[in-house]
Design a binder for this molecule. Sequence first.
Ligand SMILES: NC(=O)c1ccc[n+]([C@@H]2O[C@H](COP(=O)([O-])OP(=O)(O)OC[C@H]3O[C@@H](n4cnc5c(N)ncnc54)[C@H](O)[C@@H]3O)[C@@H](O)[C@H]2O)c1
Length: 346
Amino acid sequence: MRLLITGGSGFMGSNFIRYLYNAYKTARIWNLDLLTYAGNPENLADIEATESKMPDDERRYTFIKGDVADRELIQRLFEENEFDTVFNFAAESHVDRSIVNSVNFIRTNIQGTHTLLDAARNFNTPHFIHVSTDEVYGDRLEGSADEKTLLKPSNPYSASKAGADFLAQAYIRTYNLPITIIRSCNNFGPYQYPEKLIPLTITNLLEGKKVPVHGSGLHVRSWIYVKDFCEALDAIWQKAHTREIYNIGGVEKKNMDIVAHIASCLQKDAHAWIEHVNDRPGQDVRYSITHAKLKSHIGWEPKYEYKTAFADTINWYLANPEWWKKIRDTKEFTDHLDLQSKGMRF
Ligand SMILES: NC(=O)c1ccc[n+]([C@@H]2O[C@H](COP(=O)([O-])OP(=O)(O)OC[C@H]3O[C@@H](n4cnc5c(N)ncnc54)[C@H](O)[C@@H]3O)[C@@H](O)[C@H]2O)c1
């Protein structure tokens, strides 16, 4: 098995590479990542260390620094390596950043996906799995989106993901490419860049800093533990149909409840530590998807209990302060947090 994972040095990609590396001992894995501010080689330091002790011909993991929108590079990689499956995680992924400046979102999320799809087409790649998001549906005041619901993205990030999702759909229809599109809800777990709600809350509280919460904090998001996500993706890869779209859903929670839960786990009074900041322009009130199709096609259901998964996540950040402190010390991070704390005025 020859597998290309794009964006494998980010949060979900690195968790998925670790999962694949342990689950499929004969798989050869290539990780193509540009190492933007969100890409961190330390996310896969354990695998690099294992590999460095192996003879060259037994190595199973290769890192390539590069841009998914670089046509020449992508053509060469596909030609040289004859991938069996491509998992496209690479993206600019933070809504707040897309509201400030969306240039890189269009380039990576749309142009990058387009470049990869063209290569998959040119080299007859047997399976291309595109990682999309529940955010492409926009918000749902009631009910839940299924895979036939119209896409109605609300911000530049979700619009760029919808663009990529539409391209993948068009390549299924026009060229009959064996693509699977997955639309996942929010993930949480180890190695998530600490600008996102859950690691931001944990690390701010651990550093004795207030937690900026957009607007009322009553917005609802669905959450899945990244380990559940990895198992879902593996099951879709192995058992589900190609040329299909699958939602991967989780547990719905208000942002404020997430922050309050983390504060109580860390024995802090949430009210004293929350700082309400201006709401995001175009803020989505509620995301909700159903994964009934995934359940009926392959019987998948999340297996980790929400509270246990949350406790495991908090414990991981408690046990790995050197990982997140290094990130939080960078100017990239402090500049963004400063902007976020000021309430995203543009
Ligand atoms: N995190 C979530 O809750 C969530 C939910 C649903 C879908 N998704 C999707 O899952 C994917 C991964 O999300 P994440 O949270 O791990 O993101 P992330 O921001 O943690 O990681 C993105 C990775 O992509 C890399 N990258 C960015 N631009 C690149 C380029 N031009 N070429 C190559 N690599 C590039 C970055 O260096 C980084 O390693 C994204 O496509 C995102 O839209 C995320």
